[in-house]
Design a binder for this molecule. Structure first.
Ligand code: ADP
Ligand code: MG
Length: 256
């Protein structure tokens, strides 16, 4: 499938950071994203929820082009996602991503994990990259683990390192795809707290999560997906107290 970008680079409305227009994506016969229109504004925390298989991860992956789209367009800060090459690497660096599985480089220390992208993609010099890495590790509360290897850390610590690593690139938006789903329960809050702080600091965030407490307290907006479509968009208050669609009512009755 080819990546069709109908939108040309254009001056976006000042507060529009990520804009998806009529995005469609298939996996074979499966229409996994169906006419997705979604605008994420600067500083917004958008929580995406929905049943398993509804297309949440695919949505995240198209935003930094880990997946191609079949039609429609995606722009980041007014720039259409290029198909490949250096321009793609640069634009992708504007989009930080944190996955369910921590995806740290196992054979690199925590510090190296957080400096690597800065050195390779951002071409930061080593000293500055390490300084920034240490600041970020401090910010997520794992400064004392800098010289350890990922396997020596708890899952919660590893996920906080993964957040620091993404932040090290200076992203304009951070995507979190079920960042706490693989964690032991006692480690979930330490990761959510880092995310809460990030939200308070004004980071633009898209968060796929089943943590409804986080959604209620941190989200500016909730998007509910089912079967590849955005079924509902609302404030957390509206969504949790008064879901409009049967799909959302049914989903909430199962998880709350
Ligand atoms: P969610 O994150 O909401 O659980 P996903 O975006 O992971 O949903 O998946 C949506 C649908 O697309 C599911 O039916 C899944 O099996 C399918 N899917 C996801 N990735 C692929 C892939 N690489 N190839 C084929 N089907 C896929
Ligand atoms: Mg998923």
């Amino acid at each position: 499938m080819t990546h069709v970008s109908v939108a040309k680079d254009s001056v976006p409305a000042a507060d529009e950071l990520v804009v998806l227009s009529s995005v469609n994506k298939h996996f074979g016969a499966l229409h996994v994203l169906q006419d997705i229109d979604l605008t994420i504004t600067r500083g917004e925390v958008l929580v995406v929820i929905g049943p398993s298989g509804s297309g949440k991860s695919t949505l995240c992956r198209t935003i930094n082009r880990l997946e191609t789209i079949d039609s429609g367009s995606i722009t980041i800060d007014g720039k259409a996602l290029p198909a490949e090459g250096k321009a793609l690497a640069r634009l992708r660096a504007d989009v930080g991503m944190v996955f369910q599985s921590f995806n740290l480089f196992a054979h690199k220390t925590v510090l190296e994990n957080v400096t690597l992208g800065q050195l390779k993609v951002r071409r930061t010099d080593k000293k500055a990259a390490e300084k920034k890495a240490r600041e970020l590790l401090d910010r997520v509360g794992v400064a004392s683990q800098a010289d350890k290897y990922p396997a020596q850390l708890s899952g919660g610590q590893q996920q906080r390192v993964a957040i620091a690593r993404a932040l090290a690139m200076g992203p304009k938006v951070m995507l979190f795809d079920e960042p706490t789903s693989a964690l032991d329960p006692e480690m979930i809050n330490e990761v959510l707290e880092v995310m809460q702080q990030l939200a308070r600091d004004g980071m633009t965030m898209v968060v796929v999560t089943h943590e409804m407490g986080f959604a209620r307290s941190a989200a500016n907006r909730v998007v509910f997906m089912a079967d590849g479509r955005i079924v509902e968009e609302a404030t957390p208050d509206q969504f949790f107290s008064n879901p409009r669609s049967d799909r959302a009512k049914d989903f909430l009755s199962k998880i709350l």
